[in-house]
Write a protein that binds this ligand. Sequence first.
Ligand code: ZN
Length: 284
Amino acid sequence: MEGYLDPQDGRRRDQPMSCPHTGYPQWVVLHVPHDSAEVPSSVRGQFLLDEVQMAAELDRMTDHLTMALFSDPESKLQVVRAPVSRLVVDVERFACDGDEPMAARGMGAVYAVTSHQLPLRRPLSVEERERLMREYYFPHHARLEAAFSCAIQSEGYCLLIDCHSFPGSALPYELATPDLTRPDICIGTDPFHTSAEIARAFVMEFERAGWRVGVNDPFAGALVPSSRYRSDRRVGAVMVEVNRRLYLDERTAKPLPVFSKVSGQIKGCCMAAAAACRAPERLE
Ligand SMILES: [Zn+2]
């Protein structure tokens, strides 16, 4: 994690390359879907887990501190963060189970099972599911749509950075090989919304900071809400997933002492990559 590859001679240097804090460009929208561990008391009764099990599941499934990792109070920036845990509603999934591949594993927008594929909540009625979607899913997507519209109106272009983290070892629901070494950073792309330039800029910046970068590994794709999905070329998108071992003690879900340094590097890489890949002129 320490050090970086010097672009001058390709050799590894000991000191991390400082990413200059230039701020996020104004066409960037940060999407932070899994930062919250909030489970409102009104929905707590749906879950079949006791307090200890629930706390453990939240520890495993929350993208801890991603808001702090990615967002920058100094930038004039639109950040859309889901206010409730993904265990309540996962705003990253398609609304309709028929469109959502993870629904087959009981993990559509409203999860039925835990990360270990055990029962998470009692079966919900159609009305109960609809209420969850109405209260937590659709308002979130409306906020995202408003942020897009605002960026496109003022900048002519919008780049959505979908901000996540992932556990150092795979959870059972991922159906991945658990002992496979996972990259430090995963860049997720969409064939329509992630141009080769966007993908290259993000991979390059994180590699330059000395990290091992996977593309669509271990997670693939980048979220774009259905209103713009594969129809609006003015919306660029990229997913950035940070391996939690870089910044978190995963047993306690507490930040490592190195947190502020890592967080500065993550922001710096995202800012530099975003600045490098704006190309509204080339969209025409
Ligand atoms: Zn996530």
